[in-house]
Each structure stands twice: as C-alpha cells, then as structure tokens.
Design a protein around this ligand. Structure first.
Ligand code: HSE
Length: 422
C-alpha cells in the first residue's frame, strides 16, 4: 500500500481535530482509498497538548528542518495561523517537494502567487479546502465539480462569528457587544475579533473563492469591505417590516463590465435560501450558466469540521499524481474591478416631522435618478425615524444623494445605509 508521510505544524484546535480524525479513521481511509497516512512529525512546543491527544512524544519536534529534510514526509499541514513563521515554513516545504495543506486564509489569500511559484518549483501541490467555510467542500466544488459552467456569481455567508451575532440580534433582540463576547467564548471568533466583525476574514475567503470561480486573480485589496459594527437592532426591526433579513455576505459577480467583489452587511429577502442560514453556520450560493444556482451549507469553523476539510486535502494530496496549478494568480492581466456597483439600498433617517420634508427628500433622490420602492415612517414627537428602500441604483448616485440629504435642515441624521440584495 502507498504510504503518505504527513507532518502537522501545530496542535491547536484544528491541528488537534485533524490528529484525532487521522488516527480514528486510519484503517477506513486505507481500505477506501488504498493509501496509508502516517504521521511522521508534529511541530509543537506544548507537550501537554500532545499528551492530552495521546500523541507519542517521539514524533514531536520544534525544528522545521526535521520536517523539510525528512524524505519520508510528503504532505505538510499547517495550523499556526498568522503570516510568519507559517509562510516561510510552507514555502520551504513546497520547494522541498512536499505538498501543503492549510486553513490559513489570511496567509493563503495574501501570498498565493509566492506559494504557487514555490509549488511549481518543488513540483508539489497547494491544498486549501479549509481556508473557506471550514468543513463545507466549496473549494472542491469550484475546482472539480463546476467544469461545465461559467460561474457568474458567488454569495456567501463565510464568517460564522458575524452570522452568529446577527442571528442572535435578529431572533432574540440581543445586544451586539454581549453576543460578540459569547462568540469569543464559543471559539468561533478569530484571536482578534476585528478580523471577523470588520469583514477582513470574509474578504480573504471571498478573494480565494472568486479567484477560483472566475479564473482570474481577485486579490484581497480588490475586495470592498465593510463590517457589521454599525448594524443596530433598529435597522434589523425596520428590515423585518420590509420582509428582509440582515446578513454579512461576501458577494462577487462577473459581468461584461468586469468583476465586482465586496463584503458588507446586506439585507436579503427572508425567502432567500441564505436567510435560513443561522447561528455560526456558513453557506455559499454559487450561480453557474449551466447548473443555475447551487447552495452548499455547513459548519464554517471548529476542530472536527475544519479537520474534515484538512484530512480530505491530505487524502487528495496523497492520491494526486499531478497537482492542480493556479496559473491565474501568476498572470498580470488587466481585469477590470468594478467599484461603482449596482444595488438596492435601505436608508434610515431621523427627520423633523414637518410638512415638506418628504418632498425635499424625493427631490434629491429624483435628481440622482433614484426611485423608492417602500417607505416606513414611525410615529414620534417632532423627531421621527424614516426609513426607505430604493430600486436598483449605483453606489455613486447613493453617496451623492446622501451627502445632499445630510445638508437638509430637517434631516437630523442619516442613521444608516445598508445594501439590499435579492
Ligand atoms: N472566525 C472564523 C469565523 C473562523 O467566524 O467564521 C473560521 O474561518
């Protein structure tokens, strides 16, 4: 039976989950796939972590050279997180001819060209199923199951922490700060929760998914990003009146004009399949010209769900005779990235309850060719919240209209602007 030597870099949450899956499923993988996955080395300083998992201390090392120079090791799976030393170790492994498996979305999305070059040099493979949506096999789907399609759009709930927070706020009226603390306790949130709530984590994942889907490099800095920190319970309640649910989505589209990629809070109709994705679950909705729309759903984080994706990659790497290449990340073509994208908009204002306020508002919207679909005004004393949803318009038109609306004497504040995606 073919032996595949595996090294694990780190035994944290996902590293530990991967170890357990590899040990518990060893004989089943041998039977079903005809390869024997042998854990040769584990780079981990903390002996207690190893002992807890029942790892034989003889496989532990703190020296990367024990891995890079070991000819028995074919696959290196990385769980360090952060950029360094993970990046250097992965590049050294690839150049030494070892395929790499990683869940490190920040490192992967920001350094894909360098990793691709090192993989080519060492004739090794890049495996990164676990970078996007944890245990949901979305990379495999894009790489191996959509060949018949030109992919036109991706819409994804690709950050579990923010989906957990927004679900708790929507379903239970919970307070943003309290729920964030619970998400951190439950272990969904990144070490620095800004990565989740400001949309960075989702932007790394959208960059990777879009680069695969459109066969064009969509670097992280081409992804427009906005987080969920400005979303209030008031917006969520108004949204419900319009039949809308709030989500942090990663959205990318390929149109005749170019590619748009953005991460921001979005209102979606409560009838949209993504609206039913609650708590820390992830889901990716992909549109292809042949298959139409598909949706993949599951756990986007956690030791065993992410470990499931890692082990699948290890098996794939072990079985591959020819590793997949990603030439798009090395091409210097001039893809047009659209920043003035089209959307519908939800706008919430605080206004003086006086005759003529609506007329002055609609005058400004008319000037920018923006049409309103629905409007709600709440009762109040003198100052009242006013909320409306527009038809599709472009980003620039909304920004220009809002800056004029802010100057109206009877507009106390523009409380929030949220895009609406159907
Ligand atoms: N912090 C991430 C999330 C973990 O909340 O989805 C998985 O990437």
């Amino acid at each position: 039976m073919k032996k595949v030597g595996v090294a694990l870099l780190g035994l944290g949450t996902v590293g530990g989950g991967t170890y357990r899956i590899l040990v518990n499923n060893k004989s089943r993988i041998e039977e079903e796939y005809g390869i024997s996955l042998e854990i040769i080395k584990i780079m981990e300083r903390d002996k207690k972590k190893a002992e807890k998992l029942g790892v034989p201390l003889s496989v532990l090392t703190t020296d990367i050279n024990d891995i890079i120079s070991n000819p028995e090791i074919n696959v290196v799976a990385e769980f360090f997180g952060g950029i360094e030393p993970a990046k250097t170790f992965l590049i050294q492994s690839l150049e030494a001819g070892k395929s790499i498996v990683t869940a490190n979305k920040e490192l992967f999305s920001k350094n894909w060209p360098e990793l691709e070059m090192a993989a080519k040099k060492g004739n090794a493979g890049l495996y990164f199923e676990a970078t996007c949506a944890g245990g949901v096999p979305v990379i495999r789907t894009l790489n191996d199951a959509m060949q018949a399609n030109t992919i036109t759009a991706i819409k994804g709930i690709i950050n579990g922490t923010t989906n957990y927070i927004l679900t708790k706020m929507s379903d239970e009226g919970a307070d943003y700060g309290d729920v964030l603390k619970t998400a951190q306790k439950l272990g969904y949130a990144e070490a620095n929760p800004e990565a989740d709530v400001e949309g960075y984590d989702a932007s790394y994942k959208l960059s990777i998914l879009s680069t695969l889907a459109y066969k064009t490099a969509v670097p992280v800095n081409a992804v427009y990003r906005e987080g969920i920190t400005k979303i209030t319970n008031a917006d969520i309640e108004f949204g419900k009146e319009f039949g809308l649910t709030i989500k942090l989505l990663g959205i990318s589209k390929k149109t005749d004009k170019g590619i748009e990629a953005r991460v921001h809070p979005v209102f979606i109709p409560k009838t949209h399949p993504l609206s039913s994705v609650k708590g820390s679950f992830n889901a990716v909705y992909i549109s292809g010209d042949a298959v139409d729309d598909i949706m993949l759903y599951g756990r986007g984080a956690g030791d065993l769900p992410t470990g499931s994706a890692i082990v699948s990659d290890i098996v794939y790497a072990g079985l591959s005779e020819r590793h997949k290449r990603f030439p798009q990340v090395l091409r210097k073509d001039n893809c047009n990235f659209i920043s003035d994208f089209e959307s519908e908009y939800y706008i919430r204002l605080l206004v003086n309850d006086k005759p003529g306020v609506l007329a002055s508002l609609s005058g400004i919207l008319g000037k920018y060719d923006i049409s309103i679909t629905t409007m709600v005004q709440k009762e109040g004393e003198n100052v009242v919240p006013l909320c409306f949803v527009t038809h599709k318009t472009c980003e620039k038109a909304i920004q220009n209209a809002v800056s004029e609306i802010k100057k109206l004497p009877d507009v106390i504040e523009v409380s929030n602007i949220i895009r609406v995606e159907r």
